[in-house]
Design a protein around this ligand. Structure first.
Ligand code: BTN
Length: 246
């Protein structure tokens, strides 16, 4: 089955439209708006929502164990960056580097600058199923006051993209990725995911406490570690100088 698309000129927040109305709407509904007056970012931040930005929220049901829920935001960011790359058309014979990347856990970067983000909210709906409302904002086409995807495409001498095209490529990917996570795990998506993520080999300082998995529980000293990847259930994996996995 397809999607129900609700498109509006201006709303307070596409996320809020679904929070308030999901129960009355069919699953696989997407709400998209040209501008928002009260766009929500993560951690209570506001999301500046000018024209030219793709702003949408998708409502789906996912039947999965609760421990897998954090993976949905990774799947969502993957759907966005893959779609951005797919819109660039066929790569030249000599190949070409990705211009879109993922700053973990849910920022979309293009050429080192944030152009978008993802906000996933889940509510348990019974019988092992969760309601997911995944909000996606991608600055496709407004140069001011920030930075946008089309600006980079112009600099690269490539075709500019429209918000609708990006949305059209994202939606089937979202459902496919959510289903893979529900039925299997994130593992089948990891290889593609690493192709976009910015953190392989990144150096971090971690406090030796229970917030990292490993054998340093209780100690207060800081350790230098190198990020090696994500585990199947979405934990950040890192190694210290003894190659001990954390
Ligand atoms: C972030 O980087 O903090 C996440 C930003 C998510 C913004 C999108 S725009 C469409 C949807 N509606 C909202 O109010 N927020 C999300």
């Amino acid at each position: 089955g397809g999607w129900t698309v609700l498109a509006g000129r201006q709303v307070a927040s596409t996320q809020r439209v679904l929070e308030e109305n999901a129960k009355a709407l069919p699953r696989n509904t997407v709400v998209v708006a040209d501008t928002q007056t009260q766009g929500k970012g993560r951690a209570g931040n506001a999301w500046v929502s000018p024209e030219g930005c793709l702003m949408c929220s998708v409502y789906c049901h996912v039947a999965m164990e609760g421990r897998k829920l954090p993976l949905l935001q990774y799947a969502t960011t993957l759907a966005v960056v893959e779609s951005l790359e797919a819109l660039r058309g066929p790569a030249p014979a000599e190949g070409r580097a990705n211009f879109a990347s993922i700053k973990w856990p849910n920022d979309i970067y293009v050429r080192g600058t944030k152009v978008g983000g993802v906000l996933c909210q889940t509510v348990y709906r019974g019988s092992g199923a969760f309601q997911l409302i995944a909000g996606i904002g991608v600055n496709v086409d407004n140069d001011e006051p920030t930075f946008c995807v089309n600006q980079v495409l112009r600099e690269l001498g490539e075709r500019e993209i429209a918000r609708e095209e990006l949305l059209a490529l994202m939606l089937p990917r979202l459902l496919r990725f959510y289903r893979i996570i529900a039925e299997e795990s994130f593992a089948p998506l990891l290889r593609d995911y690493y192709g976009f993520w910015l953190h392989s080999g990144q150096k971090l300082k971690v406090k030796g406490d229970a917030s990292v998995r490993g054998d340093t529980a209780g100690s207060e000293e800081h350790k230098d570690v190198v990020v090696t990847g994500l585990s199947d259930d979405g934990f950040l994996l890192a190694e210290d100088e003894n190659r001990a996995v954390m």
